[in-house]
Design a protein around this ligand. Structure first.
Ligand code: SF4
Ligand code: SF4
Length: 386
């Protein structure tokens, strides 16, 4: 099997704590705040777990500082904080029992609750998102009690009809209170849309809430510790790091022994669905599970080549879409035309771009079109995804 598509978790190695490593200077975290409003200014002293940016519309989760420190830079999309001191924010209040307030308390503490539906079938997805992105194995094997805390909180907030845990076939992971389902560990079977279909037998059923196992852990840890979770497990090569949100990609690459050359691409996430960063100061996000280097000498880069009409992307698309046509319209800014090709049904697996004979950046065109369409107030279904 193409190793890029194998979702069999690797053997568990030791977790490397970033803060125990010799960095040479104080850690400077870079928090991405795109779409949020900053709550701090330059030279503000912030505490670990203090909210530093929020969504005035109350939809996206608050973002918190993962370190105690000083704000040293503030740009439209990023806050940079230099670590110093040991200040910690006051504990959060999770005493509310009203389901709406319970969910909003999660949002205020950094959990993205968009898509959470009362009375749903709740699916906890523990299949690695992409090959090698299996750092959550440590969480699910070591912190069953925290997972159960998260599950019990969601049961009160959502009153789900049923709870399911999906695991790669052959793994004996369980969470008390969830019915287990094995998934053939081949990409893209890990993606929420396909996991949902495997569990329910239906395509895009409206009555399902699906979250990954790491998010369930974060919910449990947040409720248990009454603090937003400020650490993430990020795999770089074969090394899983436990590191503050906002740790620059370059710091993790250096600790893992990677030296990206000019024209190599550094990606937050995996090679199929991740997003390239502009520079190595870009910090990992709360949902980042891997930092990947794509070597320019062994992988042909994407270009703006015209589509040659080979049809390969159409054959490979698991959503049965026409990425060739969507990308042609998106390339020339004809975003609304993409609606006729059901762009909203694209679940961004990246397979079309991977197989494209002309090396067109198909997923990037699709994401661009979705973003532009989401900015239009009438396209509610796309806006919900962002
Ligand atoms: S990313 Fe491409 S292959 Fe994947 S669902 Fe979207 S259009 Fe289809
Ligand atoms: S794979 Fe690439 S070249 Fe072939 S039809 Fe799709 S977009 Fe066009």
């Amino acid at each position: 099997m193409n190793p890029l598509f194998s979702l069999i978790p690797s053997e568990r190695g030791p977790i490397v704590n970033t803060w125990e490593q010799e960095l040479g200077s104080a850690l400077e975290i870079s928090l991405e705040i795109t779409g949020l409003v900053p709550l701090v200014q330059i030279n503000y002293q912030v505490s670990k777990a203090q909210p530093v940016a929020s969504d005035p519309a109350g939809r996206k989760p608050d973002l918190h500082s993962s370190v105690s420190g000083t704000v040293i830079d503030l740009k439209k999309d990023f806050i940079t904080i230099r670590e110093e001191g040991t200040r910690v924010a006051l504990p959060a209040d999770f005493s509310a029992t009203n389901p709406v307030a319970m969910l909003d308390n999660l949002r205020l503490n950094g959990i993205d609750i968009r898509g959470y539906k009362p009375g749903c079938t709740l699916i906890i997805n523990a299949v690695p998102h992409e090959a090698g992105m299996d750092g959550h194995r440590f969480l699910i094997e070591e912190f069953t009690d925290i997972m159960v805390t998260g599950l019990n909180y969601l049961k009160k907030a959502l009153s789900p009809k049923a709870c399911a845990l999906t695991v790669p076939a052959g793994m004996d992971w369980t969470i008390p209170g969830c019915t287990g389902h094995e998934i053939d560990p081949v990409y893209p079977n890990s993606l929420p849309e396909l996991v949902t279909k495997a569990v329910t037998g239906k395509e895009l059923p409206p009555e399902v809430t699906i979250i990954d196992a790491t998010t369930l852990y974060r919910i449990g840890r947040t409720v248990h510790g009454r603090q937003p979770v400020t650490l993430v497990i990020v795999k770089v090569g074969n090394t899983p790091f436990l590191t503050p949100v906002g740790t620059p990609a370059g710091v993790l690459l250096k600790l893992a022994g990677f030296r990206p050359a000019e024209h190599d691409r550094v990606i937050l996430g995996g090679p199929l669905t991740g997003e390239a960063v502009y520079n190595l100061k870009h910090g990992v996000r709360p949902d980042t599970q891997a930092v990947t280097v794509i070597n320019s000498s062994s992988n042909p880069t994407f270009t703006d080549n015209p589509c040659v009409g080979c049809g390969e992307c159409v054959i490979r698309c698991p959503a049965r879409l026409m990425p060739n046509m969507i990308s042609r319209h998106a390339e020339f800014g004809l975003y609304e035309n993409c609606l006729a090709y059901n762009i909203a049904s694209c679940f961004e697996c990246g397979l079309c771009g991977y197989w494209c004979k002309a090396r067109r950046p198909l997923l990037q065109y699709i994401r661009l079109a979705k973003k532009e369409l989401a900015a239009q107030p009438i396209i509610e279904d796309l806006r919900e995804q962002k």
